[in-house]
Design a protein around this ligand. Structure first.
Ligand code: HEC
Length: 131
């Protein structure tokens, strides 16, 4: 009788320890995708452009050089309202050949990049390359 009670307590303690361990482990190692998303969500449009567009649109690039001041505001508006997906739908992700370029960006990221491009377009008040 005494022994089984001890065993029960031991089991209960073990369960609590395991649950705590799981919770802690979970906090320590967020899923990789989440981490990348969190990083992107903190980036500005300019950083996103430099990070994700410039790789393929450097000067001398076969895909054409594009910086915000390559186009006028209206052209960027149109581009992000549909042309972006159309122009890139066959283009493969630069790091992961199983994905498309369009998989790199979610709505929020595109919104920020669009704002950066429009704000610094050729006919804007502050035309800019992305440095
Ligand atoms: C993995 C490479 C890659 C990435 C990343 C990439 N592009 Fe492109 N982009 C291309 C290719 C390839 C084309 C098509 C070129 C062609 O049709 O000759 C293109 C075309 C374009 C065009 C011309 C579209 C047209 O209709 O003529 C613009 C503008 C453009 N990209 C802007 C961007 C912007 C802004 C980003 C970031 C949000 C971006 N690209 C990210 C490869 C890339």
């Amino acid at each position: 009788m005494k022994l089984s009670r001890f065993a029960f307590l031991l089991l209960a303690a073990l369960l609590v320890a395991m649950t705590a361990g799981l919770v802690l482990a979970d906090e320590d190692t967020p899923a990789k995708g989440d981490e990348a998303k969190a990083k992107f969500s903190e980036m500005t449009g300019k950083e996103l452009y430099r990070n994700s567009c410039k790789v393929c649109h450097m000067p001398d690039s076969d895909n054409g050089e594009y910086t915000p001041m390559s186009l006028i505001m209206d052209q960027w508006e149109e581009f992000f309202d549909g042309e972006f997906t159309e122009a890139h739908k066959e283009v493969v992700h630069p790091q992961d050949k199983t994905k498309k370029v369009t998989d790199m960006f979610d709505k929020d990221m595109l919104k920020k990049i669009k704002k950066f491009c429009v704000d610094h377009a050729a006919d804007s008040e502050e035309p800019m390359t992305c440095g």
